[in-house]
Design a protein around this ligand. Sequence first.
Ligand SMILES: Nc1ncnc2c1ncn2[C@@H]1O[C@H](COP(=O)(O)OP(=O)(O)OP(=O)(O)O)[C@@H](O)[C@H]1O
Ligand SMILES: [Mg+2]
Length: 174
Amino acid sequence: MIIALTGQKGGAGKSTTAIGLAVAAVERAHRVLLVDAHGDIQRSALMVADIAVLPCGPSAADAWALTATLDVIGEARTLREHLKACVLITRKQGRTALGKGARDVLAASGLPVLSTELGFRVAYQEAIAAGRGPTTFSPRDAAASEIRNLLDELEILFYGQETSGCYATQAAAG
Ligand SMILES: Nc1ncnc2c1ncn2[C@@H]1O[C@H](COP(=O)(O)OP(=O)(O)OP(=O)(O)O)[C@@H](O)[C@H]1O
Ligand SMILES: [Mg+2]
């Protein structure tokens, strides 16, 4: 399974999420290659990916910033119609619901929004600083559960079932 965490917006959480997923996949005994690259290489990634995941912050401005990436996904799909693409809400603070503006933009994008949402949590930042992922750095933290749920959800999207772990659908995603 090749997952491309993609999007033009800097700081959306692409690297943080990718590292968390890579570590969680290793824990499931998958062989993992992680590539973190910028610019045009992101387009190249869409030429080989099975699933494109677009991390998006919870504000309307974050959702607006997705539009350029949606064009790139559309282009990639003209060549690769089986490319799956979905939005991942990240860096969600507290119980703040996704703003209506953001929901409208996401609905108009035509892309499904993953059920799993990643909160804004220090554990994501501390894990990276320690050279680890949340699932090994702080396995009981909510960040670790979110990453495991995200991997479950992506495995179900790709394989039709998760390869291990317990799939738990989180509260309705925006
Ligand atoms: N869920 C999260 N909770 C808390 N902090 C986060 C979360 N996701 C990312 N961050 C923080 O936000 C910042 C940007 O994240 P990251 O580097 O993953 O973004 P990026 O999309 O890879 O950015 P770039 O486009 O510059 O490569 C980092 O300081 C990271 O620690
Ligand atoms: Mg990055």
